[in-house]
Write a protein that binds this ligand. Structure first.
Ligand code: EPZ
Length: 419
């Protein structure tokens, strides 16, 4: 087991390069199942979730190799198994993204029902509703979801909620379907656009990705292709807050500033200096941090995956702020841990009221989910004394070398083995 030991750190300074996006690379790797050729995917972040996705792809019959760091070669000549076992699905909920591509490629898919997780029940009703609208028979028994269809038929599907995963699953199901599929009220996150860019490079016919109406015209087959994954906007946002909260001056490289607009807007409102460059963004703290209210919304609203990190920043602001979480029903699990560090936060349903001017003091805290872990690390940077963060597997699922990158910016942080 490993823990992070974090001491109060001086202002962060220097440059950091953001890795490829976890939430783009996972659907793209799932989508390689749709192609019968060789795919080369670059800027693949070294994450636990990616390792699990590689295991899943090998289970279904893909051959995976790597000639250089952060690049993967994935080739799926034939599917030899269409069942994704429970032990893999429970490790990573995004396994459900194999449902659409497996069904489209081999007419059958069987994925263990992904349970809920710390942040919510995480239903998949919109995924299943869309697939059955396209002609799939969906059976749910013994904790397994089995979908089968001789041939999926293109349909017009309205998503009750702009679900990222459902949009991705249905795009992947539709690219080999018969005829035209139109997804309405689709999610418009940048990761959807990156998936569509990859699939189009394989020969898929997709229009409108990144808008709320996506039109997919089915094609007989897809060939493999080479693709570079977009950078991780949530990792970038996490480093933006790391610089802001420590009063630092950090240049964050390999970013797409347009994807960071909601975060940039809120940081500027909080009196943080943010300046955009071509593929980089500079964040300078040091001024008095203003208290700012946020409400999480689907893109391009403020991202739910940045909610916990922003809450940590607001504990050090000059006044009270209110955070409303509209995407997930249980995404304040980090609050009791922040309170252990001396924060003063009151939760009322989907809202959290954060008192500013907190003097945070180091303590032992546990990461309850991926982004909560990041929020606790940010708090540890400015808390007096030593903060120990446990349950690092949450963090390692979604951040590539976060502690090493922070340490290179001057953070007083180290990873230790514990018995
Ligand atoms: C993706 O999850 C991301 N994960 C999440 O990132 C992110 O928080 C989320 O999108 C929202 O942006 C990956 O891309 C791997 P949703 P996903 O389907 O696809 C409800 C992180 O920290 N819903 O848009 O599961 C659902 O309950 C992770 O990197 C249904 O009701 O998100 C939730 O309230 C956390 N029925 C809301 O929609 C469905 O069939 C958003 O879910 C599907 C979703």
């Amino acid at each position: 087991m490993e823990n992070l030991i974090i001491n109060h750190s001086k202002p962060l300074y220097g440059e950091v390069t953001v890795s490829g996006s976890k939430n783009a690379v996972l659907p793209i790797l799932a989508a390689t199942v749709l192609t019968s050729g060789e795919n080369i995917i670059h800027d693949v972040p070294e994450l636990e979730d990616v390792k699990i996705m590689e295991e899943i792809l090998s289970t279904v019959g893909s051959k995976i190799s790597s000639d250089s760091p952060n690049s993967l070669k994935v080739e799926t000549t034939a599917i030899k198994n269409f069942e994704i076992p429970y032990e893999l699905v429970t490790k990573m909920r995004a396994s459900i993204l194999l449902l659409g591509p497996l069904l489209a490629r081999c007419g059958k898919a069987s994925v263990s029902f992904p349970g809920g997780c710390a942040i919510g029940s995480r239903p998949i009703d919109l995924h299943l509703k869309g697939l059955s609208a396209m002609g799939a028979d969906i059976e749910q028994s013994n904790g397994l979801i089995t979908a089968s269809a001789k041939k999926l038929i293109g349909k017009k599907i309205y998503l009750d909620f702009p679900s990222v995963g459902a949009t991705e699953n249905l795009i992947m199901a539709a690219v080999l379907a018969e005829g035209e599929t139109i997804l309405e009220n689709a999610a418009i996150e940048p990761e959807i656009v990156d998936l569509s860019t990859y699939l189009s490079s394989c020969g898929a016919q997709i229009q409108g990705a990144g808008t709320d109406t996506v039109k997919i015209t089915g094609v007989p087959e897809l060939k493999g292709s080479e693709h570079t994954v977009i950078s991780d906007r949530i990792e970038a946002g996490t480093f933006m807050i790391a610089s802001a909260i420590t009063g630092g001056n950090v240049l964050i490289k390999n970013v797409i500033p347009a994807h960071l607009k909601p975060i940039t807007a809120k940081l500027k409102e909080a009196n943080i200096e943010v300046s955009e460059e071509l593929n980089a963004i500079r964040v300078k703290g040091g001024n008095l941090i203003k208290n700012v209210d946020i409400k999480t919304l689907p893109y391009p609203g403020f991202p739910t995956d940045m909610q916990a990190q922003f809450a940590t920043l607001m504990t050090t602001s000059a006044g009270n702020s209110i955070i409303v979480e509209t995407i997930f029903e249980n995404r304040f699990l980090y609050v009791p841990e922040l309170i252990r560090l001396g924060a003063n936060i009151k939760i009322d349903g989907r809202a959290a009221v954060i008192s500013g001017n907190a003097s945070l003091n180091g303590a032992k805290v546990k990461a309850t989910d991926l982004r909560a872990g990041a929020a606790l690390i940010l708090a540890g940077l400015v808390a007096d004394g030593v903060t120990t963060v446990t349950d690092l597997y949450h963090i390692d699922r979604g951040y590539e070398k976060l502690d090493q990158k922070l340490s290179a910016l001057g953070a007083n942080i180290s990873r230790i083995e514990t018995e």
